[in-house]
Write a new protein. Structure first.
Length: 378
């Protein structure tokens, strides 16, 4: 996808054993396609448990697909060469590959290409004329952390995709970089984003040191020193501290995130999502619905990437302003935005098995509540 070999995962309801048989006309095509975009680092081997639980609705007409990021995973074919300077890529190829993996714009283009080349043709067939496409399926996007920012950008760039999107679920969304109670950490992160060469040098030293540690000793430290107990969490940690290329891709994209994510809620962007790609100012009943899930404490133990208190306040302020702005349509705005706060969750819930059930409950409740089958709005 966009020149990068990419990890993907899928559970397709049309391939369910209940659909087996010789009569192709009896195959039940899914009416709803769930698309999951994880946070950074996007190592799919580390989120399989979450995806399998998330995919349970596939047995009743839902299919689910997940994608990694360009340059994230394991193996040189996935993460690219350790040294671009000594690679066989031409200067133009090298620049294109790096821009895809190391920038927000590149990762958004990577996800759009995935949808255009691997998802829609599977159910629609010829998708060469995007403006005139008509189909009988809808999308639901689920994003985690910075994956929510990618989804928002994707939907704004492609109104044809947004028009067939019924729900967008944001899990601990990193869409605002202004955690009010973490000024010291924010200073450190901002400094790192501005002096990324120093950060890369320090990370490279850590990786070189980690490679000298016996695997069992490294695993012992991750479990007992770093507190990484779950096997899927260990997979992600190992991929970061033993692969120079993977760590480089993770850190470069992370530095770009800090420079790209706005310091306040992107209200025009949220408003655009609620309009469902219609291009009109009115927010109708059948437009895209947004649901936010927040974690951590309100006064202490906050989620530094998605502070619940400030995010909830931003959403409530937005709803209040839209109420005054839209008049009679204000109730529609309220009905199309919802949020839930679960204090016991952590931002990295995907690697904590005990935290998965409440997140899955949040997703399935919103999916089942808002996706009674309706033909796509085209």
């Amino acid at each position: 996808i966009e020149g990068w070999e990419t990890d993907t995962v899928s559970i397709d309801s049309s391939e369910d054993p209940q659909n087996s048989g010789t009569n192709n006309s009896a195959i039940i095509k899914p009416h709803t396609i769930i698309l999951f975009v994880p946070g950074n680092p996007a190592v799919l081997d580390g989120i399989k448990s979450f995806f399998i639980l998330l995919s349970n609705p596939s047995v009743v007409g839902y299919s689910a697909y997940g994608i990694s990021y360009a340059g994230h995973g394991s193996g040189v074919n996935i993460v690219g060469p350790e040294s671009w300077e000594t690679s066989d890529y031409s200067p133009s190829e090298k620049e294109k590959m790096q821009n895809i993996a190391w920038t927000i714009d590149g990762q958004v283009l990577h996800k759009i290409s995935w949808i255009d080349t691997h998802i829609i043709p599977k159910y629609k067939g010829d998708y060469s004329s995007k403006k005139n496409v008509k189909n009988n399926f809808n999308f639901i996007f689920i994003g985690h952390s910075i994956g929510c920012h990618l989804i928002q950008r994707l939907c704004i760039l492609r109104p044809d995709i947004l028009r067939i999107t019924k729900n967008i679920l944001f899990l601990m969304p990193f869409i605002i970089f202004d955690p009010p109670l973490y000024y010291s950490q924010k200073v450190v992160l901002n400094t790192g984003a501005r002096t990324q060469n120093i950060a890369f040098f320090v990370l490279d030293l850590i990786i070189r040191f980690a490679k000298c540690i016996p695997p069992k000793a490294l695993e012992f430290y991750l479990k007992n020193g770093a507190g990484v107990e779950d096997e899927e969490g260990l997979l992600i940690a190992r991929s970061l501290i033993t692969s120079r290329a993977m760590a480089r891709n993770f850190l470069r994209l992370g530095m770009e995130e800090l420079r790209d994510v706005p310091q306040s809620l992107d209200e025009p962007g949220i408003r655009h999502l609620l309009r469902g790609g219609s291009g009109t100012s009115e927010v109708k009943h059948d437009r895209t619905k947004l649901a936010f899930l927040y974690c951590g404490g309100l006064d202490e133990n906050q989620d530094q990437w998605c502070d619940a208190a400030s995010h909830i306040q931003s959403v409530e302020d937005f709803i209040k302003r839209e109420t005054q702005r839209n008049g009679p349509s204000s109730m529609i705005v309220k009905n199309n935005i919802s949020y839930q706060h679960l204090e016991t969750l952590q931002h990295d819930f995907v690697v904590h098995p005990e935290m998965l059930p409440p997140v899955i409950d949040f997703c399935t409740e919103n999916i089942q509540k808002n996706t009674q089958y309706i033909p796509s709005r085209l």
